[in-house]
Design a protein around this ligand. Structure first.
Ligand code: ADP
Length: 715
């Protein structure tokens, strides 16, 4: 199956990657006919006029109405959106001319959406994408992947990347407008973006020698209307008067979506294994329901997506050849670029697409052709475990609002059906809306970002939803522990460095600790951190039989020191494989797909460390790893990790179980770990997972001495 699908993909090169301007223009002209039919098109003039009069607009419109793709195009040619030359006085008294404004930023909660939207809008505007041509007008920027050109006017970026840009340019001088998309998702980063924006819009930037910054805040759900007050609350009396003089208030615009009826089919009984239940429903639809009509399945994460992908492909091999074929397409955040784009290609003739997605497809990404939705009713969400002081990913029931969004995906182009793999009673018991992430996650990254932006008074920051005081205090303590803050609460030089790395504060701390241990250690730590950025580099081995097979296949990769060094051995062996990496991966029961992502991240992190002069340039022969030298000791690598993870440790107790060093909680080594069933003095772990008991995942053996030293440095 896989090779066939791969070929299909290759036969249809992306139009935007061609630099033939004539064909780009032709394609844009063709797409214009489709664009004109989008619900938002009728409101184009109203939206332009609103934005001329006001600095802020709140735009509410259903998923698929055309918000993300069309709004930037409606605004980019407006007079207020042109770059303006300003003379500014520098600190030493001299003046220089700078260009202010001219670009539009559109933020997205997910990297997948940022990239696919940029690709689409580039096609619609008839321009090459990002760095592929210096004349490209549309680009994107996501963690570990930026593609822009000197002519970029429209830039899709993740919320985190906009926060990064603000660290370098607090006034966002390049931009004339910031469009905040999918604000209803309420991740921590969008709350921060909104807080910072409130202090930049409504004439606040003008005073700094710039031009006004405008903002459009977009939501797929109407419950975000309360945002209207948020911007005006931020103004003091004088500013309010000024805003009124210019009529620069907040306008609200509703876009009516196009929605066909969708029939809901509930599971009559509670479902215990939703992967299995989904498999049955998929083939029930495939056998009984007419074509065309693709199936979109909502699952919880990469693991369930891959498990179901395997089952569907396996079942399909035994299908009656007279039936239409099925084409299984996974869609999750850690999927390599090329595989993600395949979801948008039309199905080959007599083939039904089956898209297996995480909640990415809920509102961020619209795939055409879907008539059937299968909803498992769950999603993986980040939750802060106060007792343990860390975030963990938990599989939780979704909210009613999310269930309605998922169902809506089936009715975009024709009447559809939604199969809920839960009972109606369970549906009625769901929470109405998602809890904002800021109320349930570790705030250390958010606080580090605020501190780096010069926000000293965290408690008075304009939060969309104010997190509880204890959560803020806990995060401040954590930052203090990893030396990101000075005793005074000011950001430290380490902290500033950490804020600029595309990593969590903890992993940032690890990386900086590795810098002190020399370039060889740093390179190895980068390899391990790259592995930690994907869910699992190894193929799932749930059955006993498979487990034994894996033991043998991976024998030369396993390291007795634990999972960190096993990951290192795996990356290095994979990277050293020059002939057939895919075959190598299959032979070692390693996920080739995950390893491709790992290699992407590794390359980006290495480049970034070189740019920051943390790593020597590869041409600098004196500094590169000499073939005679021994590899850095595993001890140095693990000690670098302890600089960030000293509180993620547990020691063995006389009955042979492990108790956390901080908090004295019982924790077991996860069965996926190479240390599973082993008894060592102490363990350090990357994360906590909760299933029926508390598990440590990503585990390495450490010595209590080292833990003690690392904790002492935090005193
Ligand atoms: P909204 O932001 O309101 O959810 P979008 O602007 O994202 O709406 O989508 C508008 C339309 O553009 C959708 O119907 C979708 O089919 C199409 N579209 C969006 N992104 C892509 C893409 N990457 N490839 C193909 N079509 C796309």
């Amino acid at each position: 199956g896989d090779t066939r699908r791969h070929k299909n993909f290759k036969q249809q090169p992306s139009i935007a990657s061609q630099t033939n301007f004539n064909s780009l223009r032709e394609r844009a002209k063709f797409l214009y006919e489709t664009r004109k039919k989008l619900p938002i098109f009728a409101s184009a003039e109203e939206i332009r006029s609103n934005m001329r009069k006001n600095d802020v607009m709140l735009l509410i419109g259903e998923t698929g109405s055309g918000k993300s793709t069309q709004i930037p195009q409606f605004l980019v040619d407006e007079a207020w959106c042109k770059p303006v030359d300003r003379v500014i006085t520098q600190e030493d008294g001299t003046t220089k001319t700078v260009s202010v404004g001219g670009c539009i930023a559109i933020t997205q909660p997910r990297r997948v959406a940022a990239i696919s939207l940029a690709r689409r809008v580039a096609e619609e505007m008839g321009t090459p994408l990002g760095s592929s041509s210096p004349a490209s007008k549309v680009g994107y920027s996501v963690r570990f992947d930026t593609s822009t050109s000197p002519s970029t006017r429209v830039k899709f970026l993740t919320e985190g990347m906009l926060l990064q840009e603000m660290l370098h340019d607090p006034w966002l001088t390049k931009y004339s407008a910031i469009i905040v998309d999918e604000v209803h998702e309420r991740g921590v980063n969008v709350d921060l973006v909104m807080g910072f924006l409130r202090n930049l819009v409504s004439g606040k930037r003008e005073g700094r020698g710039g031009v006004p910054l405008k903002a459009v805040v977009m939501s797929a759900t109407a419950d975000m209307e309360s945002l209207q007050g948020f911007f005006s609350e931020g103004l003091n009396t004088q500013e309010k008067e000024q805003a009124q003089e210019k009529a620069a208030g907040v306008s609200v615009c509703h876009i009516k979506g196009r929605q066909f009826p969708v029939k809901t089919i509930y599971s009559p009984e509670p479902v215990h294994d939703f992967v299995d239940a989904a498999l049955k429903v998929i083939f029930q639809i495939h056998y009984k329901e007419p074509m065309p009509g693709d199936i979109l399945v909502f699952l919880t994460g990469q693991e369930t997506v891959e498990a179901l992908e395997y089952l569907v492909n396996d079942y399909a091999t035994g299908m009656d050849p007279a039936l239409p074929k099925v084409l299984v397409l996974p869609l999750f955040a850690a999927l390599p670029q090329a595989a993600q784009q395949r979801v948008f290609l039309p199905a080959p003739p007599r083939t039904r697409k089956i898209i297996l997605a995480t909640n990415i497809a809920e509102t961020s990404v619209t795939v055409s052709g879907v008539r059937y939705v299968v909803d498992c009713g769950k999603a993986k969400i980040k939750q802060f475990r106060t007792r343990l002081g860390l975030d963990s990913l938990l599989v939780k029931p979704i909210s009613k609002s999310a269930a309605i969004q998922r169902k809506g995906r089936a009715g975009r182009e024709a009447p559809g059906q939604c199969y809920r793999l839960y009972t109606e009673k369970d549906y009625l018991a769901l929470d109405e809306t998602n809890t904002p992430e800021i109320l349930r996650c570790d705030l250390s990254q958010a606080l580090l970002n605020m501190k780096a932006r010069g926000v000293d008074d965290i408690l008075n920051f304009p939060f969309l939803t104010r997190p509880p005081r204890e959560a803020l205090e806990k995060a401040l303590l954590q930052l203090l522990n990893i030396q990101a803050l000075e005793e005074t609460g000011q950001i430290s030089s380490i902290g500033l460095h950490m804020a600029k790395l595309p990593l969590t504060p903890t992993l940032g701390r690890v990386l900086l600790a590795a810098v002190e241990n020399g370039p060889d250690c740093l390179r190895d730590v980068i390899d391990i951190i790259s592995c930690l950025s994907v869910e699992n580099i190894f193929l799932n081995t749930t059955s006993e039989e498979k487990k034994e097979e894996a033991e043998v296949a991976r024998r030369d990769l396993y390291r007795r020191e634990g999972d960190h060094l096993t990951m290192l051995a795996t990356v290095q062996a994979y990277a050293a494989e020059n002939t057939d990496r895919k075959a190598w991966a299959t032979r070692h029961m390693v996920s080739h797909r995950a390893m491709q992502s790992v290699m992407d991240v590794r390359k980006q992190l290495t480049t970034q460390c070189r740019q920051a002069k943390l790593l020597p340039h590869p041409d600098d022969k004196t500094a590169s790893r000499s073939s005679g030298s021994t590899a850095p000791s595993p001890i140095l690598i693990l000690q670098s990790f302890l600089a960030g993870f000293a509180t993620n440790t547990a020691r063995i107790v006389p009955d042979g179980s492990y108790r956390t060093v901080v908090g004295n909680q019982t924790v077991a080594i996860h069965p996926s770990s190479v240390l599973f069933g082993k008894k060592v003095e102490a363990i350090m772990y990357n994360e906590f997972v909760f299933t029926n008991r508390s598990y440590a995942r990503g585990v390495s053996a450490v010595q209590m001495d080292w833990v003690g030293q690392a904790l002492a440095r935090q005193e």
